[in-house]
Write a protein of this length. Structure first.
Length: 230
């Protein structure tokens, strides 16, 4: 049986594992009911095309005061009232394709810019043992909210030392937890994508050190690691 490469499919595969489920942000198919419920609950949500890549079509919506809302797409922000947001969500693209709505993770920052962590996991051909082969930090470019567009690339420990993480967060524990989560995720996904030999995970972290699996990439590029060496 073949499985979609879409975010919605991978989310459900990971959620089947009780341990991984604790690291997944709340996520649903984009519907009017779930959108407004989650926006009211979390104050900010992210809308993503299930089949998208490179951050294309990803939008952040934040609830402001006095029934006003901020729509953040790329490096542009629009402030609107409820009817304006409803019109935005009623665009044809949201009806024709599968989009997901996800709670916005309050990411830790370097300076005043959020970051996430890319973890690469690999196995040798014909073997089932997975190992972490690379970790780095992607810092959001100024004006954006996702790390897909021209991020600043920093070595993990250097980024954590500069970050807004609270003083009682142990960096060694964070690094070890990243390895555990990444290998467990690779093992879980490999049951459904048995031909895969590499996964790239984007993992978010809050100021308190809580980790979230933002996304699992089945065909990740090593280009970010080449930038790190530079």
């Amino acid at each position: 049986m073949s499985y979609s490469y879409g975010k919605w499919t991978k989310y459900h595969i990971m959620k089947e594992n009780d341990t991984l489920a604790r690291y997944l942000p709340e996520t649903h198919i984009l519907t009017e009911t779930d959108f407004w419920r989650m926006l009211n609950q979390f104050g900010a949500v992210v809308i993503k095309p299930s089949e998208g890549s490179q951050g294309y079509g990803v939008v952040q919506v934040t609830k402001l005061r006095e029934e006003r809302f901020e729509i953040h797409s790329g490096n542009k922000k629009i402030i609107c009232k409820r009817n304006g947001l409803t019109e935005f969500l009623d665009k044809e693209k949201y009806r024709r394709k599968i989009y997901i709505v996800q709670e916005k993770i309050p990411l830790a920052t370097v300076g005043d810019r959020p970051f996430d962590i890319r973890v690469m996991v690999q196995r040798q051909e014909e073997k089932n043992e997975w190992s972490v082969t690379g970790k780095l930090v992607k810092v959001v470019a100024r004006g954006y909210f996702i790390t897909n567009v021209s991020p600043e690339i920093i070595e993990l420990n250097a980024a954590l030392e500069k970050s807004s993480l609270l003083e009682d967060v142990d960096f060694r524990v964070i690094s070890d937890d990243l390895d555990i989560i990444a290998i467990l995720t690779a093992s879980q996904l490999n049951e459904y994508y048995p031909n895969s030999q590499i996964f790239g995970l984007d993992i978010g972290i809050t100021d308190k050190g809580k980790l979230y699996i933002i996304e699992a990439n089945l065909k990740p590029s090593w280009g970010l690691f080449k930038k790190l060496k530079e």
